[in-house]
Every structure is written in C-alpha cells, then in structure tokens.
Design a protein around this ligand. Sequence first.
Ligand SMILES: C[S@@+](CC[C@H](N)C(=O)[O-])C[C@H]1O[C@@H](n2cnc3c(N)ncnc32)[C@H](O)[C@@H]1O
Length: 198
Amino acid sequence: MEISASAVDFFEAQFRRQVGEGDFALNPFETLALPHVRGRVLDLGCGLGNLSLAAARRGCNVLALDASVTAIERVRRAAAGLDLRAERVDLAGYRIAGEFDTIIAIGLLMFMTKHAARALLEEIRTHVAPRGCAIVNVLIEGTTYLGMFGSAPYYLFGPRELEGAFAGWDIVQSRPDRFDAPGASVKRFATVVARNPT
Ligand SMILES: C[S@@+](CC[C@H](N)C(=O)[O-])C[C@H]1O[C@@H](n2cnc3c(N)ncnc32)[C@H](O)[C@@H]1O
C-alpha cells in the first residue's frame, strides 16, 4: 500500500526513537480513555498501540489501525497472545465495517482535510454500538504549533465541534487542554467521551 508522505513521516521518526528507548507509556489522553474502553474496540490512529494493548490485556477484542509502519510492527510484536489485530491503513477516506462497543480516535482527525476529518467523525458516530462509546481527541483552533503537519493538509476543529457532532448522546466527558509547544507556540485540544444512548 502506498501512503503519501505527510504527517505520518513526522510520527515515523518519533516512533522509531520511542521504540529504541522502550518508551511505551500511555499519554494523558489515552489514560483518560482507558476506563471507558470495553468490548469490541476500534482504535483509529493507534500509534504505538499503548492504549490498544492495555485494552486487549483487559480482555477487549481490538482492531488497531495506523499508517505508520514502525507503529504497526511494534503493535504486532507486543500483541502476541492477545485478542488484537493491527493493520496498516490510510484512514483518510476510510469506511468502518461493522459495529464496535468502543471507537477511539485520539490525535488523528486533524491530520486530514476538513472534509475527510468530518467524514471519518461521522463514520465513528454511526458505527458505535448501542450504549457504546466514542472517544475522540483533536487539535482545535488556537493551536499555533503546526510543524508536525509539514505541507500536508490539516484541519483544526472548532472548540465545541466534537460535542456538536455527538448531539443527543450522553457526553460522559468533555474537556479542553492547552499545552506549551516549541518556539513559544501552543497546542489546544478538545477531548470528548460520548455514549450512544440508543
Ligand atoms: C498524534 S499520533 C496519536 C497516536 C495515538 N493515538 C496516541 O494517542 O498516542 C497520530 C497518529 O495518527 C496517524 N495518522 C496520521 N494520519 C494518518 C492517516 N491518514 N492514516 C492513518 N494513520 C494516520 C499517525 O501515524 C500517528 O500514529
């Protein structure tokens, strides 16, 4: 599969370094997500798979998808004996097959055009099983650290856009976060955990 050079190159370098250093800690968003993860899990943009692996160790059935070769190789190595499948996929334009009790997209959707990001968000919304959860984290407007996008398309969500996308769902958690970034820039995030009420 050919995946165009983009933000994924940025993460390849980061993931190679982390694999070399054995740095597999959950990030703060994955830590926030873990208590809500159950059942059949789809982890979109799984990165090194730390959350996917933690979910599988808790007995979940996990499908972990990412475009990074380094990430998928690592997830597969670490998943021996677990109910976890990892595949290398370009998620821009991806269509989800089947239903999942938990669909996760942490730090993924901003690495696409606005159209592709919104289309995948809608795929998430329509493939979470009844009483299941969507866990979505994105960069939002006001973010000035843009180096990881390179020349590739990106989309900064509106501050309340995720909540709007899950209108009518139970919003279990919704939080903004702001982190300082290199060169006096900032990263601003929105994170939503939403439960399908139907
Ligand atoms: C900020 S990292 C987040 C990784 C992981 N979810 C975490 O929380 O650590 C973004 C991930 O999205 C992946 N990614 C970006 N664009 C992608 C695309 N078009 N298709 C598949 N994966 C993509 C990158 O390879 C990277 O693993």
